[in-house]
Design a protein around this ligand. Structure first.
Ligand SMILES: [Zn+2]
Length: 64
């Protein structure tokens, strides 16, 4: 008897321990002043990456 293969689950981004699955060794790092997490970013995008991190992990800081 053949089993029906389960449909591929859609790639879903969950809040996991690995927010950046890519290798970040070549990217500059910024440290979150709130939780101390190192955040990889591209040059000139540190504020954007911090804002994105706040929205994700510290929404209360943005008044949400
Ligand atoms: Zn943080």
């Amino acid at each position: 008897m053949e089993t029906t293969p389960a449909p591929a689950a859609p790639a879903r981004r969950r809040r996991s321990r690995a927010p950046f699955p890519v290798t970040v060794t070549q990217m500059p790092m910024a440290t979150c002043q709130v939780c101390g997490r190192a955040l990889a970013h591209r040059k000139g995008e540190v504020s954007a990456i911090l804002t994105a991190h706040y929205e994700r992990d510290h929404p209360e800081l943005l008044g949400r």
